[in-house]
Write a protein that binds this ligand. Sequence first.
Ligand SMILES: Nc1nc2c(c(=O)[nH]1)N[C@H]1C(S)=C(S)[C@@H](COP(=O)(O)O)O[C@H]1N2
Ligand SMILES: [Mo]
Length: 509
Amino acid sequence: MRRWRAAVCGLAAVTCGAGLGEAVAVLTGAASPIGAIGDAVIDATPPWAKELAISLFGTADKAVLVVSVCLVMLAIAAGAGIWDARRPPAGRIVVATAALVGVAVVLTRPDAAPLDAVPAVLAGVVSVCLLGPLIQRAAPVDAALSSGATDAAGVSRRSFVAWTAGAGALGVLAGLGALAVRLGGSAAQAVRSAIRLPAPAVTAPPVPPGAALAVEGLGPLITPNADFYRIDTALLVPEVDPSTWSLRIHGLVDHEVALSWQELLALPLEESTTTLMCVSNPVGGELIGNAVWLGYPIRHLLALARPQPGADMVLSTSADGFTASTPLEVLTDDRNAILAVGMNGEPLPPEHGFPVRMVVPGLYGYVSATKWVVDLEVTRFADAKAYWTRNGWSERGPVKLSSRIDVPRAGAALAAGDRVIAGVAWKQHTGVGGVEVQVDGGPWTPAVLATAISADTWVQWSLPWRAERGSHTIRCRATGADGEQQTGEVRPVVPDGATGWDEISVQVG
Ligand SMILES: Nc1nc2c(c(=O)[nH]1)N[C@H]1C(S)=C(S)[C@@H](COP(=O)(O)O)O[C@H]1N2
Ligand SMILES: [Mo]
């Protein structure tokens, strides 16, 4: 048999099986097999490769991953078709083995339930059962062609095309349908849109006059939810129903505490404005945003639980098994470390942790900002490791003093004349004392610093600039409110955050 015809049989069988598996997953609420495989790939990827993926694809990294998983699956399918035509049932054994690996991956995800195996089992059974009949329909085409029986070849070719195209199309339609449902409204989103958050007992600090500079191209002082960066290890946004959500605080405590959604909403909730940043943010990068959060201080809940002597860390766990280790002292001092339910006046968006996440001023997200949080274990750094700390990142993740140039944009072409250089700076929970700008290696000139909302937020800055013809290099550096100077030493994001000065080049004509 022609190899390509056998490969088409494999592709059609597996496309049909995988597509139906995804559709059944959506219909039953079981885990998506392709999603689970993608999540497992994320977990198994070494940190440097994750960094590379984020820097190459940014927040499109997840789409790239899904497409790659599908391509690998199709390559195996094509190979299995060819092999099965040559030595039946070798190809079917390959497909069945791959499906079993898929089932094992689904069942070993941290949030797996036994029924999550159903879509993957179904995908495997459909693929294996289809491959034989498809190949049976391919074989006569070649037999008729080689014996010169053109009429018979035409009949059998039509049958072969009808079967493989039908199976393939069924799979593609089912898969696209599942994707559309996932991207569209989920059950959790419907629940979310019905929620009315209570009014805060403590409202957000007012935005001081002059905190938001009127400079075109400078990002907004408060980042809209739709523009807020998203970083997590979840390929599909975990769906957590608030009516069944609960948080357990346990471990080295005198009293275990359990909290339901209703109980949390009944507490006096506080608004606070806090900038959140990712340790993977390169100098000058975009993985940072500032929001008004509504939530309840974690220190009050820990006070109820009464941590025991010797405890120095809280291990938070999300509904999908992500973990973060946060120093106990940071969660018990007087900062706004909260269990957040609201973001910029709305319930948390699903991808930002609905219904409940942590927000902790002063620490990078990977050691503090657990989304879809369900469990807080009071423990010791010596006794437990969190997701990223197991993967080579630093156990402690205090946010580093940094600053970024937003205006002019890097690589911009400007007209000569009076321009403005502007950007943001942050040293979260300490505050920023000043920002300086250097053009073409000249003297460092102090920029005008706007008023920050608080020490927990970034602050905007600007400097008038007389732009002369030619190409120019602009750098900035900040000073902390504590006098610390932003170091120019260039260090990578691993293991505890990048350092160096943001630098851009512009062309003035
Ligand atoms: N459940 C869960 N929470 C998580 C993560 C994750 O992968 N899973 N990533 C953390 C990291 S590394 C960061 S920087 C912040 C990002 O929060 P955002 O996506 O709302 O901006 O979430 C943190 N919380
Ligand atoms: Mo992060």
